[in-house]
Design a binder for this molecule. Structure first.
Ligand code: OAD
Length: 239
């Protein structure tokens, strides 16, 4: 389909969800999870992204998150992040739901958004619960970092395997999905739940499903319009 028409259809709606995954940040230089050079190809999720892994060896888990922070801090948002911010300004009702923890949507000024898998630059104290946000890479001797107030161990404020998502954010996402006229799904494999339910809920309630990805996903089957190309390229038609 013609890309200009793709965006025309989207902005003609009254309300829109944009659901993003790691593919959105791939052209910024941040690896996805399941692609050729995906993070889960080179690292074992259960040794790095679970509460048990953190209990066993917080230092190793922190080294991995620190390494990811370093990659992210060297990267810049791309046209997809900017284009999604522009959509926020054009739509009457809008919600960006991102599975990404990299903060790049915030960096371009996205505001009507929720980060359902957390944020890599946020820490949460495992003792007093204090939340802190700091865009930094830790020195090796600071790892694992501790709370400035109570000296408890800090953890990355992200969702790990086996953990539940924040209830409040989930209900915002699902309530919006039930009433929105459309959802644009960008750069996600659509296999991690509950996020992957969202396009199916929109469809069931009569909304339209738009998808941008470099390959087909389980969401493609229900998509009304799909563009199989890199999102940075696609959003260059919308800047
Ligand atoms: P995946 O690695 O599963 O999927 C990335 C998707 O982006 C794939 O469908 C790619 O085809 C697509 N993609 C890659 N480059 C692209 C580009 N330039 N333009 C458009 N599409 C592109 O990553 P996610 O779907 O984000 O969860 O994974 C979902 C969750 O699984 C993550 O949030 C993370 C992971 O386990 C947690 O950590 C809780």
């Amino acid at each position: 389909m013609n890309i200009e028409n793709f965006f025309k259809e989207i902005v003609s709606l009254k309300s829109l969800i944009v659901l993003t995954g790691s593919g959105v940040s791939n052209e910024s230089g941040i690896p996805t999870f399941r692609g050729e050079d995906g993070l889960w190809k080179n690292f074992r999720p259960y040794e790095l992204a679970t509460p048990a892994a953190f209990e066993r060896n917080p230092k190793i888990v922190w080294e991995w998150y620190n390494y990811r922070r370093e990659i992210i801090l060297k990267s810049k948002p791309n046209l997809a992040h900017y284009g999604i911010k522009k959509l926020e300004g054009l739509m009457k009702e809008f919600l960006l739901i991102t599975q990404n923890v990299d903060n790049l949507h915030r960096d371009v000024g996205s505001e009507k958004m929720i980060e359902i898998h957390g944020n890599i630059f946020r820490t949460r104290c495992t003792r007093c619960g204090k939340i802190n946000f700091e865009k930094k890479v830790y020195d090796e001797k600071e790892i694992p970092p501790v709370c400035s107030d109570c000296k408890g161990l800090l953890r990355p404020d992200v969702v790990w395997f086996g953990e539940s998502l924040n209830e409040e954010l989930l209900s915002i996402a699902f309530n919006f999905a039930k009433k929105t006229e459309g959802i644009l799904v960008v750069g996600t494999s659509g296999i991690v739940y509950p996020a992957a339910y969202l396009p199916f809920i929109v469809k069931e309630k009569g909304g339209k499903v738009f998808e941008i990805n470099i390959e087909k996903t389980p969401i493609t089957e229900i998509a009304d319009l799909i563009i199989l190309r890199k999102c940075n390229e696609i959003f260059s038609y919308f800047s």
